[in-house]
Design a protein. Structure first.
Length: 147
């Protein structure tokens, strides 16, 4: 009898599978470096903002270290980004990362940051003006952002 119960439990477990919630969409590694005038920028959020925000389910961003290196992590806590077309948006690390309803970094007045306030070209502070498109396909991506 015990053997039958054990066999039934193992069979049900195999049919239902192990683990809880589904893993979610496949994410691919996105790493790189950020330099301005050949010098690395530290403590900058490198954000990947989907070109079509209406289809965004997971946003990704990473913080640069002292050497300007970064690796993005999704809002789901997994490393990388889901495949899609993005714009690279930069923000100081004290600027909150984007949400699904906020596509650009702005100060408290709602205005984009001024050029003098930023250690990088101001055009990179907004998804509407960022000149850097990125497409994530089914492979790891390395971004070398030389501004």
């Amino acid at each position: 009898m015990r053997f039958c119960l054990l066999l039934m439990f193992v069979s049900i477990s195999m049919v239902l599978g192990c683990g809880g919630a589904p893993a979610g969409p496949k994410m691919y590694s996105v790493t790189g470096t950020l330099t301005v005038g050949g010098k690395p920028l530290e403590d900058i959020n490198v954000q990947l903002i989907p070109v079509d925000l209406g289809t965004a389910t997971i946003l990704s961003a990473g913080k640069t270290d002292a050497a300007g290196r970064f690796a993005v992590v999704g809002t789901n806590g997994h490393k990388g980004a889901v495949p899609g077309k993005y714009k690279v948006v930069l923000a100081r690390t004290n600027t909150p990362p984007p949400s699904s309803t906020t596509a650009a970094s702005h100060d408290q007045s709602g205005a984009p940051p001024q050029q003098a306030d930023l250690p990088f070209p101001a055009e990179y502070s907004s998804v509407t003006t960022s000149p850097k498109p990125v497409e994530i396909t089914n492979q790891a991506v390395t971004l070398d952002l030389k501004l």
